[in-house]
Design a binder for this molecule. Structure first.
Ligand SMILES: O=P(O)(O)OC[C@H]1O[C@H](OP(=O)(O)OP(=O)(O)O)[C@H](O)[C@@H]1O
Ligand code: HPA
Ligand SMILES: [Mg+2]
Length: 189
């Protein structure tokens, strides 16, 4: 299907729904990390918006780090770290911050990478979790929203680099309206 055939579709999560979920997550993390100083690792680029908004609501001390991976899709090839974290992770608690867990390949690679560097816990928080698309089992500790098998954009999520700047999350729908039907099942229409 060509790029031109995709259309920006319905709002799946409004900016106020997103804000509320992030506030709830921050409250939970504020309790669970009250006595520690974890390293928050934001996965570039998509998770930047989520990581910034979340971190502004956190009341505990943390180090903020960024990691960038080369693109890899559907198990073809291995991920390569293009930009690594700068903090020494040995004996540090790590909280990976993702925008979406889809096939799970990115997260699987990251969890394994960080587990080799620290003896302490590696946890994961994500704005969106899409379990229907999983091809590898990964443990997601905190997910703000679960979504069905739809392609979404906005609030950091892109389609070929576009739409990251939308304040809300919208579906990118195909001309046959498949995503719209799924949204109806979610009670969103
Ligand atoms: O579970 P997966 O199938 O691995 O997909 C999830 C990953 O894919 C997207 O990033 P992408 O590599 O597109 O880069 P970006 O964040 O720079 O858009 C998204 O931001 C996650 O990091
Ligand atoms: O639904 C999505 N939108 C944007 N980027 C993504 N990467 C995996 N799934 C998605
Ligand atoms: Mg990403």
């Amino acid at each position: 299907m060509s790029e031109e055939e995709f259309q920006l579709g319905e709002v799946v999560f409004s900016s106020s729904e997103i804000e509320k979920k992030i506030t709830d997550l921050a409250q939970r993390l504020n309790q669970e990390y009250a006595a520690s100083r974890p390293v928050l690792v934001c996965v570039l680029k998509g998770a930047v918006f989520f990581a910034v908004d979340l971190s502004r609501k956190l009341s505990f001390d943390f180090d903020l780090e960024f990691i960038a991976l080369s693109r890899f899709r559907s198990g073809a090839g291995k991920a390569v770290i293009e930009k690594d974290v700068e903090t020494e992770l040995r004996n540090r608690e790590v909280l990976i911050v993702e925008d979406i867990v889809d096939t799970g390949l990115t997260l699987h690679f990251l969890i394994n990478t960080f587990r080799k560097r620290t003896l302490k816990e590696v946890r994961v928080c994500t704005l969106l979790d899409c379990p229907a698309r999983r091809i590898i089992d990964v443990a997601v500790d905190y997910a703000c929203f679960e979504i069905p098998d739809i392609y979404v954009v906005g609030y950091g999520l892109d389609f070929k680099g576009r739409f990251r700047n939308l304040n809300e999350i919208r579906v990118l729908k195909d001309p046959y309206g498949r995503s719209t039907q799924i949204l109806k099942q979610m009670g969103k229409e």
